[in-house]
Design a protein around this ligand. Sequence first.
Ligand SMILES: C[S@@+](CC[C@H](N)C(=O)[O-])C[C@H]1O[C@@H](n2cnc3c(N)ncnc32)[C@H](O)[C@@H]1O
Length: 224
Amino acid sequence: MASENYASNGVATAPLTSVNQALNFGRDYSRLKNYYETWSADYDNDVSEENYCGPSMLADLFDSLHRAPRERQSLRIMDACCGTGLVGKELMLRGFAPVDGCDLSPAMTHLAHKTQAYARLYGGVDLTEHNPLIADNQYDATFCCGAFIQGHLPIEAIHELMRITTQGGVILFSTRCSFYQDEHFDKFLDKLTASAQLCALPSFMNAAYLNDVQAHYLAFAVNK
Ligand SMILES: C[S@@+](CC[C@H](N)C(=O)[O-])C[C@H]1O[C@@H](n2cnc3c(N)ncnc32)[C@H](O)[C@@H]1O
């Protein structure tokens, strides 16, 4: 769903696509949840029209960490902000066992369930809070794709991703380059690496994400 959007002076602004509209809820999670509840049915088509490649890029990054193929079936993986399950589908294609997932929007996790790429799914989970449903130190790898963007997760949500990841496990996430810069994400991550709570692993910087939008794909080992 794409349409041109013009300001009153006739100058073209960012097109008012569903993808762009999702950025405009200012972290009002009640309104953002309602938005995704409605958008869920069209989400996969709409992001595909914009050549969204976040899930495959993040899976490529995970592959680059040289996991032996036989390890894939035994790894415990959480797909945080799983949406309709694009990351789970990507991992299933690459030989990983079903993963767990969580998301703010139950309609999105309902669609993720249909992919059969997920073992356990938690809908209605706000990752800006501590979620007692998801225990500490459970996951060898915690993915978070497409959610460190304007109006969605604040950078501090990294702590919730770290909490549920095992000692020595890995967190992997995408972040739009503009968000990374505006939120000073680099400084936040530098502090966590300086205090040895995170250890930087290979990353893909300034890489493809959506048409005309680039992202960084980052991976860190978690040290508790
Ligand atoms: C752009 S979608 C990305 C979905 C999926 N990971 C993908 O790559 O297609 C962003 C997702 O983040 C979820 N989300 C936004 N804010 C959240 C929050 N505070 N806690 C948990 N999930 C959130 C939304 O419900 C939505 O499913």
